[in-house]
Write a protein that binds this ligand. Sequence first.
Ligand SMILES: Nc1ncnc2c1ncn2[C@@H]1O[C@H](COP(=O)(O)OP(=O)(O)OP(=O)(O)O)[C@@H](O)[C@H]1O
Length: 519
Amino acid sequence: MSNIEVKELKKKRKRGDHLTKQEKAILKQAKQQKKESKESNEQKESKESSDSKKLKKSNKPKVTQRESNDVENVQETNTSSEYFTLPDAKSTSDFLEKNEIKVENIGQDAPLVITKFSQINVDSRIMKSFAKFSEPTPIQAVSWPYLLSGKDVVGVAETGSGKTLAFGFPSIVHLLESEKSKVLIVSPTRELARQIHETLEPIAASCGIKSVCIYGGVPKDAQREHLKTSRIVVATPGRLNDFLEEGSANLKNADYVVLDEADRMLEKGFERDIKQIISACTKSSKQMLMFTATWPAEVREIASNFMRSPVKINIGDRDELKANTRIEQVVEVVDPRDKESRLLEILQKETKNKKEKIIIFALYKKEATRVEEMLTRRGYKIAAIHGDLSQDRRTQALEQFKTSNSHILLATDVAARGLDIPSVGLVINLTFPLTVEDYVHRIGRTGRAGSSGRAFTFFTVNEKHLSGALINVLKAADQPVPVELMKFGTHTKKKEHSAYGAFYKEIDPSAKSKKIKFD
Ligand SMILES: Nc1ncnc2c1ncn2[C@@H]1O[C@H](COP(=O)(O)OP(=O)(O)OP(=O)(O)O)[C@@H](O)[C@H]1O
């Protein structure tokens, strides 16, 4: 058995390909030999070295907690341990319990966790990106061991819990490991794509890896050029498909594919685009990842069509729809005609001597424009972001809001998901969104990365079909349920797949119309 042969088998195992009994036996034997040689090296070393030398980490640490001799279980137990060590069983179980972590599809094994950065053993250039954090967040702690081991993963964790680095960090390790590979990350909105790119670009660049952000509403030339050399592609579906159709994007080597905000990406408005994109990633051994804060039953089956027996990670018991519990939620049932006067009262109170940022959500673009004008006339400095604005104006508005030139952002649901602006203290839902999932994402623009936040929501008779689902979300977070809301009824209706995203899909105005052929 040559080293090359063993290496090939390890790769095969990492990809999740089937191993014959003989191949498993070869791996087991190799593992045993490695263990023995390590032990004999360690014995030699301990004889000749001082105590400090013993503390020095091996370049390829082993999983020490759960070695298995069961050949059948080699794939599950002997994960890609060269990148991490595991804590002892007690620390693991305490961590899992404290954070209400559920991990499915790992057989009989206990979940693997990386609770400290010191357990990670990867290129130090990547580790620098964690210098500002004290420890991995729960979704990072649990998803990293599986992602670093080549597994498909569905990760469901509350808004603002660090999902971007949960899928982003292992993607860079993957690119360093495999020179030909590419990473593709798909996001539903341009702003979120830019944000993901801004998070990962510096880390990738420090390792000499180029990345590109592909999104609509801006000229194509620069993106097309960067595509040629980039190994990380962060994209919105429409523009990416344009590039695929014209032959400028090549995803043949994309073997680490992420759908961020995965439930949104699998909705009717996007499903076809996503199918097209994934079928362009032709490598059979690709790793598929889906991350989100909301995972409705309606999309779980669709998701399974794209994945190979994924590990399902659920932080905080999120089989039911749940909002971040650090957000104080106030719901006020009002007459639809009174919403804007109530908004003015709230703003007057909330903007007095307060520095925190506020996001106001409207449902329709026209509504957003009208309310923006109304508030501007009353002297408020407003930044606005919705689908009717040019991309330049959207980018500018978001920048203004982030850098504090204006404390209020008026937005439609293009800003509901993913955007990470740490000083947002209050979210106001002027008009309730189309689904309660969107409500959870909207209010999740506050209370990020362990901080607390507040959300104020107007609820009217027009949304009464959503009262039951909203009541459940309020109750699950121990928030008060107004009597007026209860009067609308507590029943929940099954969501229609086509209901979501109806106002959401981004149309790229710069995309060329398709040719129609007449016979
Ligand atoms: N280990 C960590 N410790 C503390 N903060 C972290 C850690 N990892 C990431 N963060 C910070 O947490 C914030 C939220 O992260 P991120 O935007 O990835 O959340 P998310 O889970 O994707 O949210 P959403 O569901 O709204 O998309 C970011 O500001 C990020 O820098």
